[in-house]
Design a protein around this ligand. Sequence first.
Ligand code: NAD
Ligand code: TYD
Length: 358
Amino acid sequence: MKNVLVTGGAGFIGSNFVRFLLEHEPEVRVINLDALTYAGSLENLQHLPDEGRHEFIHGDICDRALVEDVLRRFEVDTVVHFAAESHVDRSILGPGLFVQTNVVGTFTLLDSARLFWKERPDLLPGARFHHVSTDEVFGTLGPNDPPFNEQTPYAPNSPYSASKAASDHLARAYFHTYGLPVTISNCTNNYGPYQFPEKLIPLMVLNALEGKRLPVYGDGMQVRDWLYVEDHCEAIYRVLMQGRVGETYAIGGNNQPPNIEIVHTICAVMDELHPQGAPHERLIEYVTDRPGHDRRYAMAIDKIRSELGWQPRQTLASGLRKTVAWYLENPAWVAAIRERSDYQTWMQKNYAERGAKK
Ligand code: NAD
Ligand code: TYD
């Protein structure tokens, strides 16, 4: 691993991964290709360790000429593909962009990498294309179903998860058909520093900070499996270093509380770290549910634990505390994100869709 192309490296998980890689691999150069959509921001890439080894390229993964040029120019031997449209609620209101970025974008990267490494067989023995995906491709679980694992059949329910499922299938097909050195990981919900506050945890933290309502969809009893973002970065790193080509690895947090419990925990941590607004629980408001809302996700992580020796380091309690503290300690980042017109527009649009539940 010498020249690593990270796509979507200005987003939440991608920027955490760029930081992780620069810290853990003192020799690699990171080439970060990101379109800087509403979800990507150069603010996420400030104060990187050893900044000189990080090259930022502002561009679209669907732009084939650009992708080919980047692969050649930087002699890329490793691709770690994060770039995506990632928010389920947005996919319901505007699915087209999800197909474009997640399906066409992934295809463009896979096909460009295939042709480039054919041109450069000297790079191929050490080459790797890692595709970052989600547990949402497996659909939803009933209350007593066993957790998802690498063998679970695909059953995506939202335009987001359907587009990610399509991209997983393309990645798999490029391994089987062309021998492209692909690995895939399907991970559960992440949380931590630099997450855009449209997703549950940062949205609740920042709304609580501003005394705004905390909108809980439906009955709040939906279950997600939460993983602290740095643990996800470490899991991907292990897959890159020791994972077997052609394999899929399920990654999860072993933390599966219902949403309402997460919101209560955030309120309790906020009461302690930011007592001015206490009790923050008074801000909780049940709102109209998301259409087609998946009820429960959970992931079995036996394979990555036994093959690669990975397991999460953070518990939900420790990870949530670190996360709330990070948002409180980084008001400049919060202000910059909040000031964006896109953020304001989205919050109004999403809230208008929901309103308070009768
Ligand atoms: P994010 O929305 O925070 O960031 C996505 C990044 O991709 C942004 O920087 C954006 O500018 C960039 N991007 C979007 N379209 C692009 C394009 N056409 N060309 C180049 N860059 C583009 O997403 P995230 O939460 O960091 O998720 C990263 C990846 O991890 C995604 O593939 C997502 O499906 C997957 N994933 C996320 C979670 C989660 O809980 N957030 C869980 C499992 C898997
Ligand atoms: P989210 O963070 O959007 O991730 P995903 O839909 O990919 O799991 O949502 C996590 C859970 O929280 C999901 O069940 C929807 C719910 N939710 C709310 O109750 N209120 C909110 O304001 C948001 C954004 C999500």
